[in-house]
Design a protein around this ligand. Structure first.
Ligand SMILES: *Cc1c(COP(=O)(O)O)cnc(C)c1O
Length: 390
């Protein structure tokens, strides 16, 4: 057999969700009625207006050719208008916005644009796995910033050794946070921007849940912080806001220098987003907010069911202010997050994600995604109550 896999590839663990998916397939083959709260993929539909726009854009042959690398001006303009209207951030669409094939694509390519061999990249732990893998592929050295409940799941900037901070080129942060559901205050973003100035590094704020706040809560953007536009970018996604994960469209906003560097990588890596999808994206940004509100109301009801359901099995969590996840501490009897998730799969047929899958510091927690109907979610807690997990 031939040996396949570069040194960098071998440094990566199997992608977390791919491994869970394999186990679920096995259980399904055994005939188990699986309820999957594993993956952060909305079950609700994309907005009708977006689907209709896509249909007519597909029928228009002018969309069938290579798109421009940076994205259609009209899409970037719709992004800029959206940020201005929602958050009061004024950006120039040509230089301060770039269309992405989903936020994940931009996150993956960013370290390639910014990081030299051996440069440190500051990464939250637990965190979205792509911050780590993109750092490895760029030859960077990951330094994990632990997120703990005592710090409200915000990194403690003062705990980063200054020699590490001086060697760092890039810091990833993500609020509202996946997996912990924590939200950052505007004051925290000010501290992060100051830290970036002091240590001469770039901040990448991954913000796909910025518009998922409940009960009128609007999470702040780091681009609202004074002086942020020089060395900060923010990843936005249409995936979570508009239930459009399958469409693969997002954008990055902020520092024109960083965006130009990322854009240069992209001219080598891909050829942009299908223009019909960009036209659908414009419709989402300009006319999809009512649909987004409708979705959030559904997630809020599910959140309340989950918080109550967990309380009934002795697990107490604060209702999250945003995102469609619940991040909860394990019962004291659980040996580890992986063991607990496997027990829940075996005994209740429910898929949840072990916290350790998001980083060593996620141990002691599991995450559930609220991406099933209320009825199925209630069934989850009936099963958990009967499952004898203690
Ligand atoms: C879902 C998610 C993304 C990816 O969003 P896409 O735009 O679909 O690529 C990025 N970061 C986090 C933290 C996410 O949860």
């Amino acid at each position: 057999m031939i040996q396949v896999g570069s040194n960098k590839l071998q440094k990566l663990p199997p992608y977390l969700f791919a491994e869970i998916d394999r186990r679920v397939q096995e259980a399904k083959k055994r005939g188990v009625d699986i309820i999957d709260l594993g993956i952060g993929d909305p079950d609700l539909p994309s907005p009708d207006v977006v689907v209709k726009e896509m249909q007519s854009a597909c029928a228009d042959s002018s969309t069938h050719r290579y798109p421009s690398y940076a994205g259609m001006f009209e899409f970037c303009k719709a992004c800029a208008d959206h940020l201005a209207k929602k958050l009061g951030i004024n950006l120039e669409p040509n230089s301060q916005i770039l269309t992405l094939i989903g936020a994940k694509e931009g996150i993956f390519h960013l370290p390639l644009a910014l990081v030299n061999e051996g440069d440190v990249v500051l990464i939250p732990d637990p965190g979205y796995p792509v911050y780590f893998s993109s750092t490895i592929f760029a030859g960077g050295e990951p330094y994990f910033m632990p997120l703990n409940s005592v710090n409200g799941f915000l990194p403690d900037l003062s705990a980063i050794p200054s020699d590490v901070a001086r060697r760092a080129k890039l810091m990833f942060i993500n609020y509202p946070n996946n997996p912990t559901t924590a939200c950052a205050s505007f004051g925290f973003f000010n501290d992060v921007v100051k830290f970036a100035q002091d240590f001469d590094l770039i901040i990448a704020h991954d913000a796909p849940y910025l518009e998922t706040g409940f009960d009128g809560y609007q999470a702040p953007s780091i681009l609202q912080a004074k002086g942020s536009l020089e060395r900060t970018i923010e990843f936005h996604s249409l995936s979570k806001t508009f239930n459009m994960t399958g469409w693969r469209i997002g954008f990055v906003a902020g520092s024109s220098e960083v965006i130009a560097a990322l854009g240069k990588i992209k001219t080598h890596a891909d050829s942009g987003v299908f223009e019909a999808v960009q036209r659908a994206g414009i419709t989402a940004l300009r006319s999809g907010m009512d649909h987004a509100e409708w979705s959030k109301n559904i997630y809020r009801k599910r959140r309340d069911i989950a918080v109550q359901g967990l309380a009934q099995i002795g697990i107490n969590v604060q209702p999250p202010k945003a995102t469609f996840y619940i991040w909860f501490p394990l019962p004291v009897s659980a040996a580890s997050s992986t063991q607990f998730a496997l027990d829940v799969l075996e005994k209740a047929g429910v898929v949840i994600t072990p916290g350790v899958g998001f980083g060593a510091n996620g141990e002691g927690y599991c995450r559930m995604a609220l991406t099933v109907s209320e009825e199925r979610l209630k069934e989850v807690f009936t099963r958990l109550k009967n499952a004898d997990l203690a």
